[in-house]
Each structure stands twice: as structure tokens, then as C-alpha cells.
Design a protein around this ligand. Sequence first.
Ligand code: SAH
Length: 218
Amino acid sequence: MGEQFRDTYRQKGMRKRLVKELRKKGIRDERILDAIWNLPRHYFLDIAFDEWAYKDQAFRIDCEQTISQPYTVAKQTEWLEIEEGDKVLEVGTGSGYQACVLHLLGAEVHSIERIEQLYLQSKKRLEVLGYEEIKIYHGDGYEGLPNEAPFDKIIITAAPPEVPSKLLQQLKIGGIMIVPVGANSDQKMYKITRTGSKNYRREVLGAYRFVPMKKGTN
Ligand code: SAH
């Protein structure tokens, strides 16, 4: 892994262009653009795919999963309206990239991954990068983290067929959940705001494409 953690001028240059592209595509929050600029995305891919790290595209990681497209990471983060100190639950650690972006915005991040191999890889990666404050867990995101709840914000980076009810219960009143819901061909991003102990407001934010959120662990 050591060799991978080198950030060359060329990679910095490509990353600068990516940030510019995201700004052009409508990302306005400078804190998010700064986080993307400060976080070498190539650290989260296999070294062989170095060239691809700064294209605005999703990319295959191990276990047939994907690291989300940078635009999608930025957009989901923007919709979460992160404030410093927010306690955030992420479902679907994957490579750990999104978790790092949230951490760089000052959130207290708790992230769950159902595939043990990815969990172990990302845990190691975050430690080596010095992000051991990010807490990651091997478990089923449908259960959330009852011992850590409630959360100010919840971000789901895999698509469940419907909004997981246990996660709704783990959201603070006034909290926000961003979740892509539905099957591959017909997925919609929802923003859910908990407006009272039994009340939620749901907004539809557009069509996206995520890997499915699966039950249980692996
Ligand atoms: N946020 C990631 C990309 C996520 S890809 C990143 O920044 O790289 C979606 C991930 O969700 C996959 O790793 C998949 O294994 C995981 N996943 C799917 N269902 C899950 C569940 N029920 N609980 C936890 N993780 C889940």
C-alpha cells in the first residue's frame, strides 16, 4: 500500500482540473471542493487505476463494488448540509473516500460496511492515512448503529428498495437523511428531514445509480 500513497505534481494537476469540473457542474460549497482538492482520490483505488482516479466517474473497487462518482460524492455531501461536529452515519463504507470527505468537513463519522474484506481494507487504509478518528464498522447497515444513535445526518451510498425504517428512527429531530431508493433502472435520490418524533418530510432530488443495499453481512 505504501507506494500508492505518493501524490505527484501530475496527480495534483489532474485533481485541480477535477475540482474545476465539479465547480462547473454546479457544486457551490467551497468547503466540499476544498476537501476534494485535499484528498488524493488515487489513494482509494488500486494503483493500476491511477489514471482513472481524477475522471468524474464511478469506478470498480474490490468485491464488485464501486467508489462513487466525485460529482455524486460532492452532491450527496452538499445535500447533507454538514456542520462542524455533526454526528454522521454512513451506510456503505466501500473505499472510505466519502467517509474522509465528511471527516474533512468536521463531521464525526461512523461508517458501516457489510463486506468484511472491504471493511478490513478500508480500516487499514484510513489508519495508514492518519484518519483513525473515522469509526468504521463491519455490519448490516439496515440495522444502523443503535448504540451510537441518534445521528444529525445519515448518508446511504447503496440503494435500498425502500427507506430503511430503523435508520429513520436513528435520525435526530431536525436531522437529514440522503438516500438513493429503488431498483437500478429506476432510482431516485431522496432527502428526508425528520420534522418531529413521528414526522418526516420527503423531497425527491433526481435520478442516480448506486449498487444495491443488501441485507446481512458477507
Ligand atoms: N461510499 C463508498 C462507495 C459505496 S459503494 C465510497 O466512498 O467508496 C456501496 C457500498 O455499500 C459497497 O461497499 C457495499 O458493500 C455496501 N453495502 C451494501 N449494502 C450494505 C449494507 N446493508 N450495509 C452496509 N454496507 C452495505
